[in-house]
Write a protein that binds this ligand. Structure first.
Ligand SMILES: [Zn+2]
Length: 250
């Protein structure tokens, strides 16, 4: 079992690099083992060069138990994700360029504009507000967002996905990146048209029936809507684009 998980970790580290979602030493992957231990990629290694021998095992506080390389500093985020979502078995973090472009511009995907992703990802992809990397605010923001979805944008940073295995995490990140590319094109053509009427709710019900998402896992989110979108600074490029798009859309 652990051998298979090691093979998966190496395979998906390479896949994340091949997809162009990371540069330099960016990105990190982990899986939850059965006894409160976590298998993860080491820090300071290109995801293209991750090998089974370089993987490390840490405990629930991030202390290394096995391996010679150092754990990555964002392991704190992964551990926070596992605490927020007890049934999650894998976490993937990367910087896919289009989705990260939305995250750094402070632009959300907004209302659902295609039906299938509502079933796969939910009605909305939450954004974790910017906070200093590794800070308690960042951890709290991530945990709040993960009570609303399995894929989250992290403002000024990137994307994080959770799931029952790395394959699911990978496919969720692929879908987020794909949706952001579609949204970019749609915005140039006047903006995506939201799905009409009650259809989004019907799709969300389908999602719950399929056992997908935090609610189906019994994770009870805090009352109220998903965390607010990151504030777009007045006069910033992002705000100018938003204003231009609004004018363009009439
Ligand atoms: Zn990162």
């Amino acid at each position: 079992m652990e051998e298979q998980l090691r093979r998966d970790l190496v395979r998906y580290a390479h896949a994340v690099h091949a997809a162009g979602w990371v540069a330099n030493h960016d990105g990190n992957l982990s899986v939850r083992l059965d006894d409160g231990r976590y298998l993860c990629t080491p820090t300071a290694v290109s995801k293209a060069d991750v090998g089974a021998e370089g993987l490390i095992v840490v405990d629930g506080t991030g202390q290394r138990l096995q391996g010679t390389r150092k754990p990555f500093s964002e392991m704190k985020l992964h551990l926070a994700a596992y605490r927020a979502r007890p049934r999650v078995r894998a976490v993937l973090h990367a910087h896919p360029p289009t989705a990260t472009g939305f995250a750094v511009a402070g632009v959300e995907l907004g209302e659902p504009f295609m039906p299938e992703p509502v079933v796969s990802l939910g009605a909305r992809i939450p954004t974790v507000p910017y906070a200093f990397p590794g800070s308690d605010d960042e951890i709290r923001g991530l945990q709040a967002a993960l009570r609303h979805g399995d894929a989250v944008l992290m403002a000024n940073h990137g994307v994080l996905t959770v799931g029952p295995d790395l394959e699911t995490c990978f496919l969720r990140m692929e879908l987020v990146e794909h949706l952001c590319k579609i949204a970019m094109v749609a915005r140039q053509l006047g903006g995506p048209r939201p799905i009409p009427g009650n259809d989004v709710q019907v799709l969300v019900d389908k999602r719950h029936k399929a056992g997908l998402g935090p609610q189906a896992e019994g994770v009870v989110g805090p009352a109220g809507p998903a965390p607010a979108a990151p504030a777009v600074a007045p006069g910033s490029a992002a705000q100018l684009v938003e204003q231009a798009l609004k004018r363009f859309q009439g």
